[in-house]
Write a new protein. Structure first.
Length: 170
């Protein structure tokens, strides 16, 4: 008597799982990444860019206004203590009482800092404090509350006792 054993059920076949395992993994990873792309927010670009058809252009009017007013500054940054000292220069008679310094991380918005610099009485110096120590590349944007002009600079580490020039031609 020749007895044949019946084939194993479909879910016990090794070749079936060899073929289905990558497909199931792709479905799980794809669903996970789709969920993450919908839920997480991309950072906002902080500059004067606007979209024209398919191009993105930079509006230079506020940088040109700073150049016309002769505005510049030297920012003394101490990353260890968090102290900021801005030596401000302008052709105007009355400098603003406060300036807004934005320290922008190139890729992630949660590392951005917005600092209000206050003028030291009877001088052209402004002081402020960092909210957190800086690590990595940063962009500095200095502007008044009225946002009539803007100074920019790009800085790289090390930040200890660093002097940064803020000019209208950056």
């Amino acid at each position: 008597m020749n007895e044949q054993t019946p084939p194993a059920p479909w879910y016990k076949q090794p070749w079936l799982w060899f073929i289905l395992a990558p497909l199931i993994a792709v479905f799980i990873y794809g669903t996970t990444f789709l969920y993450l792309s919908i839920v997480t927010m991309d950072g906002v670009v902080k500059d004067d860019y606007y979209k024209v058809a398919r191009n993105h252009l930079l509006d230079p009017s506020r940088i040109e206004a700073a150049h016309t007013m002769g505005i510049s500054g030297d920012l003394l940054l101490d990353n260890m203590t968090g102290d900021l000292m801005l030596h401000f220069k302008t052709n105007q008679d009355t400098p603003p009482d406060t300036l807004q310094l934005s320290i922008v991380h190139p890729t992630h918005q949660k590392y951005d800092q917005s600092i209000t610099l206050r003028r030291v009485p009877s001088s052209m110096a402004y002081t402020g404090s960092l909210q957190a120590a800086l690590k990595g590349k940063r962009y500095l944007v200095l502007e008044p509350e009225s946002q009539l002009w803007r100074l920019r600079a790009e800085v790289l580490p090390p930040y200890d006792q660093n002097t940064i020039e803020l000019r209208a031609d950056n």
